[in-house]
Design a protein around this ligand. Structure first.
Ligand SMILES: NC(=O)c1ccc[n+]([C@@H]2O[C@H](COP(=O)([O-])OP(=O)(O)OC[C@H]3O[C@@H](n4cnc5c(N)ncnc54)[C@H](O)[C@@H]3O)[C@@H](O)[C@H]2O)c1
Length: 466
Protein backbone atom coordinates (compact mmCIF):
# COMPACT_ATOMS: atom_id res chain seq x y z
CA UNK A 1 0.00 0.00 0.00
CA UNK A 2 2.68 2.52 1.09
CA UNK A 3 4.92 1.47 -1.76
CA UNK A 4 2.34 2.96 -4.17
CA UNK A 5 3.04 6.46 -2.85
CA UNK A 6 6.36 7.78 -4.09
CA UNK A 7 7.99 10.48 -2.04
CA UNK A 8 10.81 12.88 -2.83
CA UNK A 9 12.60 14.77 -0.10
CA UNK A 10 14.59 17.80 -1.19
CA UNK A 11 17.72 18.28 0.95
CA UNK A 12 19.46 15.47 2.83
CA UNK A 13 20.42 17.36 5.99
CA UNK A 14 19.19 16.52 9.48
CA UNK A 15 15.55 17.08 8.60
CA UNK A 16 15.56 15.68 5.06
CA UNK A 17 17.64 12.55 5.53
CA UNK A 18 15.79 11.47 8.65
CA UNK A 19 12.36 12.22 7.15
CA UNK A 20 13.36 10.21 4.06
CA UNK A 21 14.72 7.37 6.20
CA UNK A 22 11.60 7.05 8.35
CA UNK A 23 9.19 7.07 5.38
CA UNK A 24 11.40 4.46 3.64
CA UNK A 25 11.46 2.35 6.80
CA UNK A 26 7.65 2.31 6.72
CA UNK A 27 7.77 0.94 3.15
CA UNK A 28 7.27 4.13 1.16
CA UNK A 29 9.45 4.46 -1.93
CA UNK A 30 11.59 7.51 -1.29
CA UNK A 31 14.16 9.50 -3.25
CA UNK A 32 16.33 11.88 -1.23
CA UNK A 33 17.53 14.78 -3.36
CA UNK A 34 20.58 16.91 -2.86
CA UNK A 35 22.93 19.12 -4.84
CA UNK A 36 25.95 17.67 -3.03
CA UNK A 37 27.48 14.69 -4.87
CA UNK A 38 29.30 13.40 -1.76
CA UNK A 39 26.10 13.24 0.29
CA UNK A 40 24.21 11.50 -2.51
CA UNK A 41 27.03 8.95 -2.94
CA UNK A 42 27.18 8.31 0.79
CA UNK A 43 23.44 7.66 1.08
CA UNK A 44 23.48 5.33 -1.92
CA UNK A 45 26.16 3.30 -0.15
CA UNK A 46 23.92 3.12 2.93
CA UNK A 47 26.20 5.49 4.82
CA UNK A 48 25.62 8.65 6.85
CA UNK A 49 27.72 11.81 6.85
CA UNK A 50 26.74 13.29 10.22
CA UNK A 51 26.31 11.72 13.62
CA UNK A 52 22.88 11.06 15.12
CA UNK A 53 21.97 8.19 17.45
CA UNK A 54 20.26 5.31 15.59
CA UNK A 55 20.61 6.98 12.18
CA UNK A 56 23.41 4.82 10.73
CA UNK A 57 21.54 1.48 11.09
CA UNK A 58 18.34 3.10 9.75
CA UNK A 59 20.01 4.33 6.56
CA UNK A 60 21.89 1.08 6.10
CA UNK A 61 18.61 -0.87 6.43
CA UNK A 62 16.41 1.25 4.14
CA UNK A 63 19.06 1.65 1.42
CA UNK A 64 20.80 -1.74 1.34
CA UNK A 65 18.26 -4.18 2.77
CA UNK A 66 14.77 -2.80 2.18
CA UNK A 67 15.90 -0.87 -0.91
CA UNK A 68 13.23 1.77 -0.33
CA UNK A 69 15.55 4.78 -0.31
CA UNK A 70 17.81 6.08 -3.03
CA UNK A 71 19.53 9.44 -3.24
CA UNK A 72 19.81 11.46 -6.41
CA UNK A 73 21.21 14.63 -7.92
CA UNK A 74 18.62 14.34 -10.65
CA UNK A 75 16.16 16.62 -8.92
CA UNK A 76 13.57 17.47 -11.57
CA UNK A 77 13.32 13.90 -12.95
CA UNK A 78 12.89 12.43 -9.47
CA UNK A 79 10.17 14.89 -8.46
CA UNK A 80 8.37 14.22 -11.74
CA UNK A 81 8.17 10.53 -10.89
CA UNK A 82 6.86 11.07 -7.36
CA UNK A 83 3.54 12.03 -5.75
CA UNK A 84 4.69 14.15 -2.82
CA UNK A 85 7.74 16.40 -2.32
CA UNK A 86 8.94 17.56 1.07
CA UNK A 87 11.12 20.69 0.93
CA UNK A 88 13.82 20.26 3.63
CA UNK A 89 16.60 22.49 2.33
CA UNK A 90 18.51 24.85 4.63
CA UNK A 91 17.35 28.39 5.50
CA UNK A 92 20.49 29.95 6.97
CA UNK A 93 20.88 33.46 8.39
CA UNK A 94 21.92 36.31 6.18
CA UNK A 95 24.46 38.81 7.52
CA UNK A 96 21.59 41.06 8.76
CA UNK A 97 19.89 38.14 10.57
CA UNK A 98 17.14 37.70 7.99
CA UNK A 99 16.22 34.28 6.64
CA UNK A 100 18.11 33.42 3.44
CA UNK A 101 15.57 31.82 1.12
CA UNK A 102 17.81 31.09 -1.88
CA UNK A 103 17.72 27.30 -1.42
CA UNK A 104 13.95 27.40 -0.96
CA UNK A 105 13.58 29.39 -4.17
CA UNK A 106 15.79 26.96 -6.10
CA UNK A 107 13.87 24.02 -4.72
CA UNK A 108 10.54 25.63 -5.72
CA UNK A 109 11.92 26.25 -9.23
CA UNK A 110 12.89 22.59 -9.54
CA UNK A 111 9.48 21.48 -8.32
CA UNK A 112 7.82 23.87 -10.80
CA UNK A 113 9.84 22.43 -13.69
CA UNK A 114 8.93 18.90 -12.68
CA UNK A 115 5.23 19.71 -12.26
CA UNK A 116 5.17 21.33 -15.71
CA UNK A 117 6.07 17.89 -17.10
CA UNK A 118 3.46 15.83 -15.28
CA UNK A 119 -0.30 15.42 -15.53
CA UNK A 120 -0.91 13.89 -12.13
CA UNK A 121 -1.65 15.93 -8.99
CA UNK A 122 1.49 16.54 -6.90
CA UNK A 123 1.56 17.54 -3.24
CA UNK A 124 4.28 19.99 -2.18
CA UNK A 125 5.09 20.26 1.54
CA UNK A 126 7.47 22.86 2.95
CA UNK A 127 9.16 21.51 6.08
CA UNK A 128 12.05 23.98 6.26
CA UNK A 129 11.73 26.82 8.75
CA UNK A 130 10.54 29.83 6.74
CA UNK A 131 9.18 33.22 7.77
CA UNK A 132 5.41 33.77 7.48
CA UNK A 133 4.34 34.42 3.92
CA UNK A 134 7.17 32.44 2.27
CA UNK A 135 5.07 29.42 1.27
CA UNK A 136 2.38 31.55 -0.35
CA UNK A 137 4.48 34.39 -1.76
CA UNK A 138 7.64 32.57 -2.80
CA UNK A 139 7.01 28.82 -3.08
CA UNK A 140 3.51 28.97 -4.60
CA UNK A 141 4.34 31.88 -6.91
CA UNK A 142 7.57 30.24 -8.14
CA UNK A 143 5.97 26.85 -8.78
CA UNK A 144 3.02 28.40 -10.61
CA UNK A 145 5.35 30.56 -12.71
CA UNK A 146 7.71 27.70 -13.60
CA UNK A 147 4.97 25.14 -14.25
CA UNK A 148 2.15 27.21 -15.71
CA UNK A 149 -0.09 25.14 -13.41
CA UNK A 150 -2.43 26.19 -10.64
CA UNK A 151 -2.24 25.48 -6.93
CA UNK A 152 -5.36 23.80 -5.60
CA UNK A 153 -6.05 22.26 -9.01
CA UNK A 154 -2.87 20.75 -10.46
CA UNK A 155 -0.85 20.65 -7.28
CA UNK A 156 -1.43 20.85 -3.56
CA UNK A 157 0.54 22.94 -1.06
CA UNK A 158 1.14 22.61 2.67
CA UNK A 159 3.59 23.90 5.24
CA UNK A 160 4.38 21.44 8.00
CA UNK A 161 7.14 22.66 10.31
CA UNK A 162 9.70 20.29 11.77
CA UNK A 163 10.34 20.25 15.52
CA UNK A 164 13.04 17.58 15.84
CA UNK A 165 15.90 18.10 18.27
CA UNK A 166 19.39 17.36 16.99
CA UNK A 167 20.89 14.56 19.03
CA UNK A 168 17.43 12.96 19.17
CA UNK A 169 16.35 13.50 15.58
CA UNK A 170 15.47 9.90 14.85
CA UNK A 171 13.44 9.57 18.04
CA UNK A 172 11.65 12.86 17.46
CA UNK A 173 10.77 11.99 13.85
CA UNK A 174 9.21 8.68 14.92
CA UNK A 175 7.55 10.11 18.02
CA UNK A 176 6.66 13.75 17.27
CA UNK A 177 4.72 15.63 19.99
CA UNK A 178 2.28 16.93 17.39
CA UNK A 179 1.93 17.49 13.68
CA UNK A 180 1.10 20.96 12.42
CA UNK A 181 -0.33 21.13 8.92
CA UNK A 182 -0.65 24.55 7.34
CA UNK A 183 -2.87 23.96 4.33
CA UNK A 184 -3.39 26.02 1.22
CA UNK A 185 -6.75 24.30 0.74
CA UNK A 186 -8.76 21.45 2.28
CA UNK A 187 -7.64 18.88 -0.31
CA UNK A 188 -3.91 19.53 0.32
CA UNK A 189 -4.40 19.31 4.08
CA UNK A 190 -6.47 16.13 3.77
CA UNK A 191 -3.83 14.43 1.63
CA UNK A 192 -0.98 15.32 3.96
CA UNK A 193 -2.91 14.32 7.09
CA UNK A 194 -3.71 10.95 5.55
CA UNK A 195 -0.03 10.47 4.62
CA UNK A 196 1.07 11.21 8.19
CA UNK A 197 -1.68 8.99 9.66
CA UNK A 198 -0.37 6.21 7.42
CA UNK A 199 3.25 6.85 8.47
CA UNK A 200 2.37 6.86 12.17
CA UNK A 201 -0.31 4.16 12.12
CA UNK A 202 -0.15 1.83 15.11
CA UNK A 203 -0.27 -1.35 13.01
CA UNK A 204 1.81 -4.14 14.47
CA UNK A 205 4.48 -4.47 11.78
CA UNK A 206 8.29 -4.73 11.81
CA UNK A 207 8.57 -0.93 11.81
CA UNK A 208 6.52 -0.62 15.03
CA UNK A 209 8.22 -3.58 16.70
CA UNK A 210 11.74 -2.37 15.90
CA UNK A 211 11.21 1.19 17.16
CA UNK A 212 9.30 0.01 20.24
CA UNK A 213 12.27 -2.21 21.06
CA UNK A 214 14.68 0.73 20.70
CA UNK A 215 12.69 3.45 22.43
CA UNK A 216 10.34 1.45 24.68
CA UNK A 217 7.12 3.00 23.41
CA UNK A 218 4.60 2.32 20.67
CA UNK A 219 4.41 4.24 17.42
CA UNK A 220 1.15 6.17 17.21
CA UNK A 221 -0.13 9.24 15.44
CA UNK A 222 0.06 12.36 17.64
CA UNK A 223 -2.47 15.19 17.60
CA UNK A 224 -2.73 16.76 14.16
CA UNK A 225 -3.51 20.49 13.96
CA UNK A 226 -4.78 21.81 10.64
CA UNK A 227 -4.21 25.55 10.35
CA UNK A 228 -3.49 28.24 7.78
CA UNK A 229 -0.14 28.15 6.01
CA UNK A 230 1.02 31.35 7.70
CA UNK A 231 -0.02 30.05 11.13
CA UNK A 232 2.12 26.94 10.59
CA UNK A 233 5.11 29.07 9.55
CA UNK A 234 4.69 31.32 12.60
CA UNK A 235 4.17 28.40 15.02
CA UNK A 236 7.67 27.11 14.32
CA UNK A 237 9.28 30.48 15.11
CA UNK A 238 7.11 30.99 18.19
CA UNK A 239 8.11 27.51 19.37
CA UNK A 240 11.87 28.00 19.05
CA UNK A 241 11.72 31.57 20.33
CA UNK A 242 9.86 30.44 23.45
CA UNK A 243 12.41 27.69 24.17
CA UNK A 244 15.31 30.11 23.65
CA UNK A 245 13.53 32.55 25.98
CA UNK A 246 13.25 29.91 28.70
CA UNK A 247 17.01 29.30 28.49
CA UNK A 248 17.93 32.99 28.59
CA UNK A 249 15.44 33.55 31.39
CA UNK A 250 17.05 30.98 33.66
CA UNK A 251 20.49 32.29 32.69
CA UNK A 252 19.40 35.74 33.78
CA UNK A 253 18.27 34.28 37.12
CA UNK A 254 21.63 32.45 37.29
CA UNK A 255 23.39 35.78 37.07
CA UNK A 256 21.55 36.99 40.18
CA UNK A 257 22.24 33.71 42.01
CA UNK A 258 26.00 34.08 41.46
CA UNK A 259 25.92 37.36 43.35
CA UNK A 260 24.35 35.95 46.52
CA UNK A 261 26.20 33.42 48.67
CA UNK A 262 24.16 30.28 49.21
CA UNK A 263 21.87 30.39 46.15
CA UNK A 264 22.13 27.68 43.55
CA UNK A 265 20.24 28.27 40.30
CA UNK A 266 19.80 24.50 39.84
CA UNK A 267 17.65 24.40 42.97
CA UNK A 268 15.76 27.53 41.93
CA UNK A 269 15.06 25.92 38.52
CA UNK A 270 13.88 22.74 40.21
CA UNK A 271 11.56 24.77 42.41
CA UNK A 272 9.93 26.70 39.60
CA UNK A 273 9.93 23.66 37.28
CA UNK A 274 7.60 21.85 39.66
CA UNK A 275 4.95 24.46 38.87
CA UNK A 276 2.94 22.70 36.17
CA UNK A 277 2.42 26.02 34.40
CA UNK A 278 6.19 26.29 33.91
CA UNK A 279 7.57 22.69 33.74
CA UNK A 280 11.22 21.78 34.29
CA UNK A 281 12.38 21.49 30.64
CA UNK A 282 14.77 24.06 29.16
CA UNK A 283 15.45 25.52 32.59
CA UNK A 284 19.10 24.56 32.88
CA UNK A 285 21.34 27.54 33.34
CA UNK A 286 24.65 27.40 31.55
CA UNK A 287 26.96 28.64 28.87
CA UNK A 288 24.08 29.55 26.54
CA UNK A 289 22.30 28.02 23.57
CA UNK A 290 23.61 27.39 20.08
CA UNK A 291 22.95 25.11 17.15
CA UNK A 292 21.62 25.65 13.69
CA UNK A 293 18.12 26.65 14.83
CA UNK A 294 17.64 28.80 17.96
CA UNK A 295 20.04 31.67 17.13
CA UNK A 296 19.09 31.77 13.46
CA UNK A 297 15.35 31.50 14.08
CA UNK A 298 15.29 34.13 16.84
CA UNK A 299 17.22 36.49 14.56
CA UNK A 300 15.03 35.72 11.54
CA UNK A 301 11.70 36.31 13.30
CA UNK A 302 13.09 39.50 14.88
CA UNK A 303 14.16 40.75 11.46
CA UNK A 304 10.80 39.75 10.00
CA UNK A 305 8.93 41.59 12.79
CA UNK A 306 11.00 44.74 12.12
CA UNK A 307 10.10 44.53 8.44
CA UNK A 308 6.45 44.57 9.57
CA UNK A 309 7.04 47.64 11.76
CA UNK A 310 7.30 45.91 15.13
CA UNK A 311 10.34 45.40 17.39
CA UNK A 312 10.43 42.12 19.28
CA UNK A 313 11.83 43.40 22.57
CA UNK A 314 11.92 40.14 24.53
CA UNK A 315 13.84 38.33 21.79
CA UNK A 316 16.48 41.09 21.53
CA UNK A 317 17.19 40.50 25.24
CA UNK A 318 17.20 36.72 24.73
CA UNK A 319 20.10 37.06 22.29
CA UNK A 320 21.91 39.59 24.49
CA UNK A 321 21.74 37.32 27.54
CA UNK A 322 22.94 34.40 25.43
CA UNK A 323 26.07 36.22 24.28
CA UNK A 324 26.69 37.33 27.85
CA UNK A 325 26.78 33.69 29.05
CA UNK A 326 29.86 32.94 26.93
CA UNK A 327 31.58 36.03 28.34
CA UNK A 328 30.56 34.96 31.84
CA UNK A 329 32.43 31.65 31.42
CA UNK A 330 35.58 33.60 30.61
CA UNK A 331 35.00 36.02 33.53
CA UNK A 332 34.76 33.04 35.89
CA UNK A 333 38.18 31.89 34.64
CA UNK A 334 39.59 35.39 35.13
CA UNK A 335 38.20 35.56 38.66
CA UNK A 336 40.30 32.47 39.46
CA UNK A 337 43.38 32.94 37.29
CA UNK A 338 43.68 36.69 36.78
CA UNK A 339 45.24 37.48 33.42
CA UNK A 340 44.54 34.63 30.99
CA UNK A 341 47.54 35.38 28.76
CA UNK A 342 49.33 32.09 27.99
CA UNK A 343 47.10 30.17 30.40
CA UNK A 344 46.17 26.71 29.19
CA UNK A 345 42.38 26.39 29.18
CA UNK A 346 40.70 23.11 28.42
CA UNK A 347 37.27 23.10 26.78
CA UNK A 348 35.42 19.87 27.49
CA UNK A 349 32.70 19.47 24.87
CA UNK A 350 32.70 21.38 21.59
CA UNK A 351 29.44 20.47 19.82
CA UNK A 352 26.46 22.70 20.55
CA UNK A 353 24.84 19.92 22.56
CA UNK A 354 25.51 16.27 23.37
CA UNK A 355 24.83 13.42 20.91
CA UNK A 356 25.59 15.49 17.83
CA UNK A 357 28.72 16.56 15.96
CA UNK A 358 27.01 19.77 14.82
CA UNK A 359 29.18 22.82 15.53
CA UNK A 360 26.88 25.45 14.03
CA UNK A 361 26.73 28.46 16.42
CA UNK A 362 28.05 26.25 19.24
CA UNK A 363 28.64 28.18 22.52
CA UNK A 364 32.18 26.67 22.52
CA UNK A 365 33.00 28.89 19.52
CA UNK A 366 32.03 32.09 21.35
CA UNK A 367 33.84 31.05 24.53
CA UNK A 368 37.02 30.04 22.67
CA UNK A 369 36.95 33.26 20.68
CA UNK A 370 36.87 35.30 23.94
CA UNK A 371 39.63 33.12 25.44
CA UNK A 372 41.88 33.52 22.39
CA UNK A 373 41.36 37.28 22.43
CA UNK A 374 42.73 37.23 26.00
CA UNK A 375 45.85 35.37 24.89
CA UNK A 376 44.90 31.99 26.38
CA UNK A 377 45.95 28.77 24.69
CA UNK A 378 43.01 26.43 24.26
CA UNK A 379 42.82 22.66 24.05
CA UNK A 380 39.48 21.13 23.07
CA UNK A 381 38.00 17.69 23.47
CA UNK A 382 34.78 16.21 22.13
CA UNK A 383 33.78 12.60 21.48
CA UNK A 384 32.21 13.37 18.08
CA UNK A 385 32.72 16.94 16.92
CA UNK A 386 36.51 17.36 16.57
CA UNK A 387 36.45 16.96 12.78
CA UNK A 388 33.65 19.52 12.48
CA UNK A 389 35.42 21.86 14.90
CA UNK A 390 38.58 21.72 12.79
CA UNK A 391 36.54 23.04 9.83
CA UNK A 392 35.06 25.90 11.89
CA UNK A 393 36.50 29.25 10.76
CA UNK A 394 36.72 30.91 14.21
CA UNK A 395 38.44 28.08 16.05
CA UNK A 396 39.63 25.58 13.37
CA UNK A 397 43.42 25.59 13.59
CA UNK A 398 43.58 28.27 16.31
CA UNK A 399 43.32 25.69 19.09
CA UNK A 400 44.73 22.23 19.69
CA UNK A 401 42.61 19.12 20.07
CA UNK A 402 43.03 16.22 22.45
CA UNK A 403 42.26 12.70 21.28
CA UNK A 404 41.59 11.54 24.82
CA UNK A 405 39.63 13.30 27.54
CA UNK A 406 42.41 12.77 30.10
CA UNK A 407 44.93 14.43 27.76
CA UNK A 408 42.71 17.53 27.54
CA UNK A 409 42.58 17.78 31.34
CA UNK A 410 46.27 17.11 32.06
CA UNK A 411 48.33 20.25 32.84
CA UNK A 412 45.41 22.64 32.20
CA UNK A 413 45.22 25.82 34.26
CA UNK A 414 41.43 25.61 34.10
CA UNK A 415 38.85 23.22 32.64
CA UNK A 416 35.53 24.46 31.33
CA UNK A 417 32.54 22.16 30.91
CA UNK A 418 30.80 23.38 27.78
CA UNK A 419 28.83 20.36 26.48
CA UNK A 420 27.34 17.78 28.82
CA UNK A 421 28.42 14.56 27.09
CA UNK A 422 28.00 11.42 29.25
CA UNK A 423 31.78 10.83 29.35
CA UNK A 424 32.22 14.31 30.84
CA UNK A 425 29.34 13.86 33.27
CA UNK A 426 30.96 10.65 34.51
CA UNK A 427 34.19 12.42 35.59
CA UNK A 428 35.01 12.39 39.30
CA UNK A 429 37.07 14.92 41.32
CA UNK A 430 40.14 12.65 41.10
CA UNK A 431 40.03 12.86 37.29
CA UNK A 432 40.95 16.55 37.57
CA UNK A 433 43.98 16.00 39.79
CA UNK A 434 46.36 15.96 36.80
CA UNK A 435 45.61 19.64 36.09
CA UNK A 436 48.23 22.29 36.79
CA UNK A 437 45.73 24.26 38.85
CA UNK A 438 42.58 22.42 39.77
CA UNK A 439 40.18 25.10 38.58
CA UNK A 440 36.94 23.71 37.21
CA UNK A 441 34.24 25.91 35.65
CA UNK A 442 31.02 24.01 35.21
CA UNK A 443 29.17 25.69 32.35
CA UNK A 444 26.43 23.05 32.33
CA UNK A 445 26.02 22.48 36.04
CA UNK A 446 26.51 18.73 35.72
CA UNK A 447 28.43 18.11 38.95
CA UNK A 448 27.46 18.31 42.61
CA UNK A 449 29.49 21.33 43.84
CA UNK A 450 30.10 19.94 47.33
CA UNK A 451 31.52 16.66 46.02
CA UNK A 452 34.18 18.59 44.07
CA UNK A 453 34.85 21.32 46.65
CA UNK A 454 35.31 18.73 49.40
CA UNK A 455 37.95 17.01 47.28
CA UNK A 456 39.96 20.22 46.90
CA UNK A 457 38.82 21.14 43.39
CA UNK A 458 38.45 24.90 42.92
CA UNK A 459 34.92 24.52 41.54
CA UNK A 460 32.70 27.30 40.23
CA UNK A 461 29.65 27.15 38.05
CA UNK A 462 27.10 29.26 36.24
CA UNK A 463 24.43 30.31 38.72
CA UNK A 464 26.19 29.16 41.87
CA UNK A 465 26.59 31.72 44.63
CA UNK A 466 29.65 30.62 46.61
N1 LIG B 1 18.62 20.75 12.13
C1 LIG B 1 17.59 20.86 12.95
O1 LIG B 1 17.68 20.54 14.13
C2 LIG B 1 16.27 21.39 12.45
C3 LIG B 1 15.13 21.17 13.24
C4 LIG B 1 13.91 21.67 12.79
C5 LIG B 1 13.86 22.41 11.62
N2 LIG B 1 15.00 22.63 10.90
C6 LIG B 1 14.89 23.42 9.67
O2 LIG B 1 14.87 22.50 8.57
C7 LIG B 1 15.59 23.04 7.46
C8 LIG B 1 16.73 22.12 7.09
O3 LIG B 1 17.63 22.04 8.17
P1 LIG B 1 18.84 21.01 8.21
O4 LIG B 1 19.52 21.20 9.52
O5 LIG B 1 18.35 19.68 7.81
O6 LIG B 1 19.73 21.63 7.04
P2 LIG B 1 21.13 21.15 6.48
O7 LIG B 1 21.88 22.37 6.18
O8 LIG B 1 21.70 20.11 7.39
O9 LIG B 1 20.73 20.41 5.11
C9 LIG B 1 20.20 21.05 3.99
C10 LIG B 1 20.54 20.22 2.77
O10 LIG B 1 19.89 20.78 1.63
C11 LIG B 1 20.75 20.63 0.51
N3 LIG B 1 20.30 21.52 -0.57
C12 LIG B 1 20.56 22.84 -0.75
N4 LIG B 1 19.95 23.29 -1.87
C13 LIG B 1 19.27 22.24 -2.39
C14 LIG B 1 18.43 22.09 -3.52
N5 LIG B 1 18.15 23.11 -4.33
N6 LIG B 1 17.90 20.87 -3.76
C15 LIG B 1 18.18 19.83 -2.94
N7 LIG B 1 18.96 19.92 -1.85
C16 LIG B 1 19.51 21.12 -1.58
C17 LIG B 1 22.11 20.92 1.08
O11 LIG B 1 23.15 20.43 0.27
C18 LIG B 1 22.02 20.19 2.43
O12 LIG B 1 22.47 18.86 2.34
C19 LIG B 1 16.04 24.44 7.89
O13 LIG B 1 15.07 25.36 7.50
C20 LIG B 1 16.07 24.32 9.41
O14 LIG B 1 15.89 25.57 10.04
C21 LIG B 1 16.20 22.12 11.29
Amino acid sequence: MNSEIRITVSGTGYVGLITAGIFADRSFKVTALDVDQQKVDAVNKGETFFFEPNLAPLIDRVVLKKKNLIASLNIVESIKDSDVTFICVGTPSREDGSCDLKYIEQSARDIGKAISQKDKYHLVVAKSTIVPGTTRDLIKETIEKESGKKVGEDFGLCMSPEFLREGQSVHDTIFPDRIIIGQFDEKSGEKLESLFRNLYSDKDDDFSKNWEKIYGKKVSCPEVLRVSIETAECTKYANNSFLATKISFINEIANICERVKGIDVSDVAKGIGLDFRINPKFLRAGAGFGGSCFPKDVKAISHFASSKGYTLKILASVMEVNTHQAKRMVELAEEKLGDLDRKRISILGLSFKPETDDMRYAPSIRIIDFLLSKGASVIGWDPQAINEAKKEQWIGDKITYAERLEDAIKDADACMIVTEWDAIKALKPEDFKSMKKQILIDGRRIYKPKEFLNEGIDYSGIGLGL
